[in-house]
Ligand binder design. Sequence first.
Ligand SMILES: C[S@@+](CC[C@H](N)C(=O)[O-])C[C@H]1O[C@@H](n2cnc3c(N)ncnc32)[C@H](O)[C@@H]1O
Length: 277
Amino acid sequence: MTLETQEFAFSSAQFEEIRRLLYARAGIALTEHKQSMVYARLARRLRSLNMGDFSDYLRLLHAPQGEAEWQSFINALTTNLTSFFREDHHFQALGELLPLWQREYGQVRLWCAAASTGEEAYSMAITAVESLGGLQIPLRITATDIDTEVLHKAESATYPLSAIDALSLERKRTFFLRGRGAHLGYARVRAEIRALIDFCQLNLLDPHWPLSGPFDAIFCRNVFIYFDKATQNSILRRFAELLRPQGRLFVGHSEVLNQVADLWQPCGRTIYRLRRI
Ligand SMILES: C[S@@+](CC[C@H](N)C(=O)[O-])C[C@H]1O[C@@H](n2cnc3c(N)ncnc32)[C@H](O)[C@@H]1O
């Protein structure tokens, strides 16, 4: 089927090819209903590349000179919805566990594995400062995502004031700087909080991850929903190797890990720990 009223012709076969490519590169399994979403997101790429149709675009992805376009292709097709203290119960649980891990290991290490624009990693850092007391805390957060565009936003740490609307006045005052002049209407996360986090690109599908454990906690929230069971299982097994014995894995509200029950046992709302043998 081709939707004739659209600016660019986009056939079902082209949609299928895009689904296949995205699954192979990023593990993202798009449902068949996402054809118009894919069209809307990639039409922007076609316009900025001055291309006449999707066949040209697919040819570019397959051509040697198309290698650079792959990142834009992935950036365009990821869904990056996030917010500060999303699913707040996880941050409450993290706040209770951090002092225990600090006593046990000294330095605490956390991994935010689908960080998007950074709100989740900054919420982890704020939780740590509140829980461990003071800004000079023995903590490092590694925050990763496949999408380079969201990582740039995360590193800039600058958000519209509406993004921090729901935070308490105390949190806003303690952890954010209000923009002035050209930055009016924006808030920036304070430097001391930014300094606790290293952002870097990581594709959860890659056989080699550019980081090493052990971590006390892995936040991998609201990304498993895009993966099929086989991909989820393989990532969950790799997570198990990177977590300390008392560590925790935090997943999104609709992500249930019953398929790897031999490794992970639930210990709270969408929180998991390694199963003791
Ligand atoms: C819906 S956001 C979730 C953000 C945040 N974890 C939260 O729960 O608010 C999903 C994120 O997963 C990232 N993602 C998708 N596929 C990925 C992959 N293969 N490797 C790493 N990150 C991926 C996307 O780029 C996106 O930023």
